[in-house]
Design a protein around this ligand. Structure first.
Ligand SMILES: Nc1ncnc2c1ncn2[C@@H]1O[C@H](COP(=O)(O)OP(=O)(O)OP(=O)(O)O)[C@@H](O)[C@H]1O
Ligand SMILES: [Mg+2]
Length: 267
């Protein structure tokens, strides 16, 4: 699906994303305190922690929604402090949201198409009137989107308004919208929240397939520990905005500070 050659087997590569000493404050609230961790190419890297630990804030710093007061982030060797979401997206980082950000009245196909906007060269006016190159470009993008729809096994709903789909499928469409950007790094904020066991299994499989087949690096926030331990290469643990653990699933599972944080939390 992606323009680049498919990755055969999973080869964890060099550091692609390096988060260095990030501190983020909202007035008096310190959402993140001096957080550092790295993400290697082709890795599934999870961020876990109790509610309010700072997980979503961390993703918001990575994709330029929040500007941290301190620290910096290096993506593919390029260090940035103040980059906006569009610039980060153009560099190859896509994101799904904890609370879905889809257009409920629009079809599955058109929602996933919105993920192609960054890739479109022709202006909106030319597209609207389907003029020459714009028409050819739109056909190419639609073909790409159709491939994503096949990959995510949502062909039956391609023309259905997203608002009419069950929640689990909406989450899958949101993943499709992010995949349409052909990202090198995919940030997933609780892609399985509110799903039943079967839907979670499907979503885990899609995440692993994206990682395997396209070599996409995954940064995953997830509360379901079974899923996290199953599919992650390494896990960062946050609690009250501080990093309290970082390592393989086994290392994190046996870390006394992590166990303490989870015993004291409601999940
Ligand atoms: N835009 C904001 N304005 C003010 N405070 C915020 C903002 N975003 C996050 N916070 C605060 O930062 C802290 C971390 O929130 P965050 O949403 O990152 O946690 P989380 O780990 O994603 O939690 P959850 O598991 O519930 O999604 C919380 O105290 C939250 O209230
Ligand atoms: Mg969150």
């Amino acid at each position: 699906m992606a323009a680049s050659a498919p990755v055969t087997g999973r080869r964890i590569g060099d550091v692609i994303l390096d988060v260095q000493n990030i501190t983020l404050r909202f007035g008096g609230v310190k959402a993140l305190t001096d957080i550092s961790f790295d993400v290697r190419e082709h890795e599934v890297r999870s961020i876990i922690g109790p509610n309010g630990a700072g997980k979503s804030s961390m993703l918001n710093c990575i994709n330029g929604v929040y500007q941290p007061q301190e620290g910096q982030i290096t993506f593919r060797g390029k260090t940035f402090r103040h980059m906006n979401s569009r610039q980060v997206a153009e560099m190859g980082v896509a994101r799904t949201f904890q609370n879905l950000a889809l257009f409920k009245g629009m079809s599955v196909l058109d929602n996933i198409m919105t993920g192609r906007n960054l890739k479109m060269k022709c202006g909106l006016l030319a597209q609207a009137f389907r003029l020459g190159p714009a028409e050819r470009e739109e056909i190419r993008h639609r073909e790409f989107v159709e491939r994503i729809i096949d990959f995510l096994e949502i062909q039956a709903w391609r023309k259905t308004p997203v608002g009419r789909l069950p929640y689990g499928l909406q989450k899958r469409v949101d993943l499709g919208r992010a995949l349409a950007m052909e990202p090198q790094v995919l940030l997933l904020d609780e892609p399985m929240a509110g799903m039943n066991v079967e839907e979670k299994q499907d979503m885990s499989r899609f995440i692993l397939d994206v990682n395997d087949e396209f070599g996409t690096t995954i940064v995953l926030i997830e509360h379901d520990m079974g899923v996290v331990m199953d599919i992650s290469d390494r896990v960062v643990v946050l609690d009250y905005g501080k990093k309290i653990g970082d390592g393989t699933p086994d290392e994190v599972r046996n870390n006394p500070e992590v166990i303490r944080a989870y015993l004291g939390a409601e999940h």
